[in-house]
Design a protein around this ligand. Structure first.
Ligand code: URA
Length: 205
């Protein structure tokens, strides 16, 4: 505890956070994950996106949202007129949680305790990036930012205030769109997601 407090006192840059988080053992997820995956983007970004946790490809690459969900996010950002390079993209939980099925590593959602233990790293990222608006992608991000569970369906698409008083916004996680089987529903949900992102753009204008 005193070691982590003294580390925290010396965190003044994104590199400092990455260095401090690299050896994180605050929850058991470090044991099976390849590495910590920290946020990435412009330090003074107006928009911060918070996902759930790294996926299989992110765990291997050490970078957030580089797999299928990341490609969908990139396309939706482009369609909403937002440059990913102008944003900061991170996750509520920095280690990949999974179960092995055959040769595949299947994503498992982090529990409330894991989200809580990891919040310290997200807090440092938010303190240093200082976005104008922090966008939760899905329920895990909403939980950590709101400090309590928040239903995505009923709270998406309009400006919110997070627990720390900062400007917020909630929309779906791109992985939820990838899971939709029906092509028509998928198109409609994608359009809804892009509309939400376009609404975020008006919040920083
Ligand atoms: N899903 C997430 O929530 N985050 C990633 O970085 C990748 C997939």
């Amino acid at each position: 505890e005193s070691r982590s407090r003294s580390l925290a006192a010396n965190i003044n840059s994104l590199d400092d956070i990455a260095e401090a988080a690299a050896g994180c053992t605050r929850c058991p997820l470090y044991r099976d994950a390849t590495q910590v995956v920290m946020g990435e983007g412009r330090p003074g970004a107006a928009i911060m996106f918070v996902g759930e946790q790294p996926g299989d490809q992110e765990d291997l690459a050490g970078r957030p949202f580089v797999g299928p969900a990341g490609r969908l996010l990139n396309r939706a950002l482009q369609d909403a007129g937002i440059e990913r390079a102008d944003t900061f993209v991170t996750n509520a939980v920095k280690h990949f949680k999974f179960e092995v099925r055959g040769k595949r590593r299947i994503h498992k959602s982090p529990n409330a305790g894991e989200i809580e233990h990891c919040r310290v790293w997200l807090d440092h990222e938010r303190r240093l990036v200082r976005p104008k608006v922090t966008v939760a992608l899905g329920a895990s991000a909403a939980r950590t930012l709101a400090g309590h569970p928040l239903a995505v369906g009923r709270n998406r698409g309009t400006p919110l205030t997070w627990a720390d008083g900062s400007a917020g916004f909630l929309t779906v996680h791109p992985s939820a769109l990838l899971r939709l089987a029906d092509a028509e529903a998928k198109r409609a949900e994608y359009r809804h997601f892009v509309d939400d992102l376009a609404a975020v753009r008006t919040m920083i204008a």
